[in-house]
Ligand binder design. Structure first.
Ligand SMILES: Nc1ncnc2c1ncn2[C@@H]1O[C@H](COP(=O)(O)OP(=O)(O)OP(=O)(O)O)[C@@H](O)[C@H]1O
Ligand SMILES: [Mg+2]
Length: 411
């Protein structure tokens, strides 16, 4: 097949555009790294009062424990004001010393794999996911072991949890069989190390990379070659190669997805135990959402036929909701009357604190109120809002863990 002159010019233009894009992307990464001052992000520290609140005790109890020397062996720093500035890791260690047990699933309780997806781009998938994960990890003392998988090669959530290594193992690398095992190394070890630790203790992150796009191409090629499902297993890659090998290491895995019904998405569905669908309440977004829902059933049928076991819950989450906006309120009303209890009770409200923190790839739980670019009031309000959402999500999650259920014994 010959390529026409015009097509060649278009190709050259695209190559030149790619070069400029790459350079400006590199510039942006440098700028971002400079912004966070080092490759290592740091989570906010907690005052004694905040630490006591988290530990469910009062200030005096903590003070007494300090006086008794119970925490002397911990590396607890003091701030410029001479007061303790506890890291979340310090607080977790203090909880251990104080005999406050972690409150997570037992081996008999099912790992929760929650997929956040909508076909509508920009509806708040990534923003909701990273803030929900941060709230789950930092606003209670339960010490959930949380994994996040960025299944969107655009890497938006990866920007919130930037890996220290310049060239980390990505979820696509694992799904595409790009990794050669070293002598004596097991696949479980490789996958486990690919879930890198983050600035938030108890959150480990499996990043995406641009090359993860090749998964689509390679899968399509395999299908063209007519390999049967027994051989290709192309909807089971995420479940079998990435999640099953490390399932004992996590209580909750959250999966961020691209706004696309591609092979990666089928993999997310196959691995999912639940689904969270963000809905931005604007008319155009809502229409797109309804079209998406029509397709979702058909797609789900495919994964069900290949062995998926059904969801524990499927919830709609209203996102970026502007309070007082009449048209948004009407749409939310419609969503609630159509989908009833499957809509989360609280929307995630539009917040200047989320806008401000997202611009530097932080969640609203990463920063101290004094460090936020938004007002203290807006940050606190937004944190309270996300905590309300997370309380309900936690209830849905925990209703699948029989060990954490209150047993009402019949007399
Ligand atoms: N609650 C909110 N308050 C303020 N801004 C928000 C809120 N939720 C989302 N946004 C903003 O909306 C934009 C799109 O959000 P986000 O990137 O999370 O969407 P997405 O669904 O992940 O997009 P994509 O489909 O491209 O992956 C971002 O600029 C984000 O900061
Ligand atoms: Mg996104």
């Amino acid at each position: 097949m010959t390529i026409t002159q015009n097509a060649l010019s278009t190709y050259k233009l695209l190559k030149a555009t790619a070069k400029v894009a790459e350079e400006s992307l590199e510039g942006r990464i440098q700028h971002y790294r400079a912004h966070i001052k080092s490759d290592e992000k740091e989570l906010r520290t907690y005052t004694q009062k905040a630490a006591a609140d988290l530990l469910g005790c009062n200030n005096r109890t903590l003070k007494r424990r300090h006086d008794q020397g119970d925490f002397d062996h911990l590396d607890i720093k003091k701030g410029a004001n001479g007061h303790y500035a506890y890291t979340l890791s310090n607080i977790y260690q203090m909880a251990d010393i104080m005999g406050i047990p972690a409150d997570n699933r037992t081996a008999d309780d099912k790992l929760q794999v929650i997929v956040v997806n909508s076909l509508k781009g920009g509806c708040g998938k990534t923003t909701s996911l990273v803030n929900i994960a941060a709230a789950l990890a930092t606003t209670n003392i339960k010490r959930y072991r949380i994994g996040i998988i960025d299944l969107d090669p655009q890497g938006s959530s990866t920007s919130f949890f930037p890996p220290a290594e310049p060239d980390p193992i990505t979820v696509g690398d694992l799904m595409r069989d790009c990794i050669d095992l070293e002598d004596g190394e097991t696949w479980e070890e490789v996958v486990s190390s690919a879930f890198v630790t983050t600035h938030i203790p108890n959150i480990r992150f499996l990043p995406s990379g641009m090359d993860d796009f090749y998964f689509e191409h390679e899968t399509a090629t395999q299908l063209k070659e007519g390999k049967g499902y027994e051989v290709s297993q192309h909807y089971h890659k995420l479940l079998d190669k990435v999640i099953k090998p490390v399932e004992d290491q996590f209580d909750i895995i959250l999966i961020d997805t691209a706004p696309s019904l591609n092979f990666m998405f089928y993999n997310a569905l196959m691995a999912s135990t639940s689904m969270l669908i963000p809905v931005h309440p604007e008319a155009v977004d809502f229409d797109a959402n309804n079209k998406y829902l029509k397709r979702l059933g058909e797609i789900y049928h495919t994964v069900a036929a290949l062995g998926h076991n059904g969801w524990d819950f499927m919830q709609f989450l209203v996102t970026n909701y502007v309070k007082g906006n009449h048209s948004q309120r009407d749409i939310v009303k419609d969503v609630r009357s159509a989908f009833g209890r499957q809509v989360m009770s609280y929307p995630i409200n539009h917040s200047s604190a989320i806008t401000a923190s997202s611009s530097s790839f932080n969640t609203i739980f990463d920063q101290k109120t004094s460090d936020s670019l938004a007002s203290r009031e807006s940050l606190i309000k937004s944190q309270e809002n996300i905590k309300d959402v997370v309380d309900e999500l936690e209830m849905l999650i925990r209703s699948n863990w029989s060990s954490t259920q209150c047993q009402l014994e019949t007399a």
